[in-house]
Write a protein that binds this ligand. Structure first.
Ligand code: UDP
Length: 252
């Protein structure tokens, strides 16, 4: 541990360049995705990613609430990201704070750009993201879960949307920051990608890095997203393989 003022700062990289959880710089935390976990939602998914546990439930296209948000020419995409009081070390006050509102807004906008909203005027596509356990990267885990939940609901979209946070720790660019790295690192850059077109639909940054580092961080994030994308597709395949009716015998 080093110290900054009164605070003890953990050493984020050891002499071999390994991270505090033993990962290399370009390694994701263990990620598991399950589609179709909630009976009452039109579509749902559960994501466990490192120490994050996130559920997403999707409804729609359905009637808009509140009514005045209805759009005559397209569906509105309403995301509510919520972090449970028990999801973090220091109890979080329940309810939507400014951070949750900001995250809900950027995720709504990300999905509005991949869903065929013009096909469903005067309706709402509602996305609920519940963070049950948090350890940094929860907005990305929320996007990963929500996009699988949207596909599970059968809502047409351009592509699944993988997401990951890249950042800078101990002077190095690293993939998928955990809590200590997010807290004590130099930069944190969550991003979400449409793999088919390479279009970024969410990109935020906290901290500092050079132009050159930013380019490397984006490249690393895109590669991380490709890996996550495969797992999202696998989760959907597993769901529909399990549910597929047995093939009927063809009579000779
Ligand atoms: N966090 C917390 N209390 C809060 C908000 C966040 O303990 O009220 C923690 C939580 O582990 C979260 C992390 O700080 O995952 C990083 O938060 P950030 O705002 O960067 O969003 P995230 O990385 O989760 O998308």
């Amino acid at each position: 541990m080093g110290s900054v003022g009164a605070k003890e700062v953990p050493q984020l990289l050891d002499a071999q360049g390994k991270r505090i959880d033993g990962r290399g710089l370009e390694e994701l935390r263990p990620l598991s995705i399950e589609a179709g976990v909630l009976r009452r939602a039109d579509g749902s998914a559960r994501v466990e990613w490192g120490d994050n546990k996130v559920l997403a439930a999707v409804y729609g296209p359905r009637e808009v609430h509140p009514r005045h948000l209805q759009q005559p020419n397209k569906a509105v995409v309403q995301c509510r990201y919520n972090m449970a009081s028990f999801s973090v070390d220091e109890r979080k006050r329940p309810g939507l704070d400014r951070r949750s509102q900001e995250i809900s807004k950027v995720i709504s906008e990300a999905f509005e750009s991949v869903l065929f909203v013009e096909e469903y005027p005067r309706t709402s596509i509602d996305i609920y993201i519940e963070v049950l356990q948090a350890n940094a990267g929860t907005r990305c885990a929320g996007v990963v879960a929500a996009s699988v939940a949207l596909a599970d609901a059968g809502i047409p979209m351009v592509d699944l949307v993988p997401a990951v946070a890249v950042g800078k720790i101990g002077g190095q660019i690293a993939l998928d920051l955990k809590k200590e790295e997010d807290n004590y690192g130099e930069a944190d850059l969550p991003m979400a990608l449409v793999p088919r077109s390479g279009r970024l639909v969410l990109l935020q940054m906290e901290g500092h890095m050079t132009h050159e580092e930013l380019k490397r961080a984006l490249d690393l994030g895109v590669r991380g997203c490709q890996e996550i994308y495969q797992k999202q597709k696998e989760a959907l395949r597993t769901r529909y393989r399990l549910e597929a009716p047995a093939p009927t015998e063809v009579e000779a």
